[in-house]
Design a protein. Structure first.
Length: 250
């Protein structure tokens, strides 16, 4: 009976963590370039349950297998879904998107980070920056300065007033699992990047890959699963109460 309580509690905790993941996805449904998270459940390590049958003191006893016992589920990990979002036209020259693989390289706080959010603009010094002021980098890791009309080709070549100024730093990773979210749509990775094969599109932004309807369904599903485990705990608690209060009464 107590094992049942622990299993139900583990289920409640796992579904509660999953609700946090779903809520985070819904909060970023309108964030450009956002990549949704997926909660992955796994079961506790399985254990074999047995019963000892025999006389007093264990004399002549034998083991009777009862089958495996897993003890419920837990939240194994949270994975990021790197599926592309839809491209939305804005017509603004500093707005860029990557169609296919690739991340824009930016420098924020002295650290090189990567993002799919191409909502860029020019700061007071005419440098191309993100919405929160991080510098957009070229393929050599230098910030891009734009002092005229900006044109970005599909291969990332930056042209200002008809003169080539290098290429955007658009990078890809062989192992996307190495990327870690660091907030505000940025990723970091210990892995060395390579030049991406995606196509740069000017005047467009990539939307979030979160489907609001799908996330709402998951939230309702999580709520019902949480409530089911809660009801199981209440039922087991009533059974234990009856067992403790009535056992031994004549």
């Amino acid at each position: 009976m107590l094992r049942g309580l622990y299993s139900s509690f583990a289920g409640m905790r796992a579904w509660l963590f999953r609700q946090d993941v779903v809520a985070s996805n819904l909060a970023n449904v309108s964030s450009n370039g956002y990549k949704q998270d997926l909660a992955v459940f796994r079961s506790f390590p399985s254990r074999s349950m047995v019963a000892l049958e025999g006389g007093e003191g264990g004399a002549g006893s034998r083991v009777q297998p009862l089958g495996p016992y897993t003890g419920g589920v837990l939240l194994g990990e949270v994975r990021t879904d790197f599926a592309p979002g839809a491209l939305e036209e804005t017509g603004i020259p500093t707005h860029l998107a990557v169609e296919g693989e690739g991340f824009f390289a930016v420098r924020k706080g002295g650290q090189v980070l990567y993002t799919r959010n191409g909502s860029f603009h020019l700061d007071a010094r005419r440098y191309l920056v993100t919405s929160d002021g991080a510098e957009v980098l070229d393929e050599n890791g230098d910030p891009l300065r734009v002092e005229g009309e900006l044109v970005v080709d599909e291969d990332g070549t930056v042209t200002v007033d008809g003169q080539a100024r290098g290429k955007l730093g658009v990078h890809a990773f062989d192992d996307l699992g190495s990327l870690r979210k660091v907030g505000d749509g940025y990723f970091s990775s210990p892995q060395a990047p390579r030049r991406a094969g995606g196509r740069v599109v000017q005047g467009y932004l990539e939307a979030s890959n979160v489907n609001a309807v799908d996330q709402m369904v998951k939230m309702i599903e999580g709520l019902r699963a949480y409530e089911s485990n809660q009801r199981l705990i209440l039922a087991q608690d009533r059974t234990l109460e009856r067992l403790v209060n009535q056992t031994g009464k004549v």
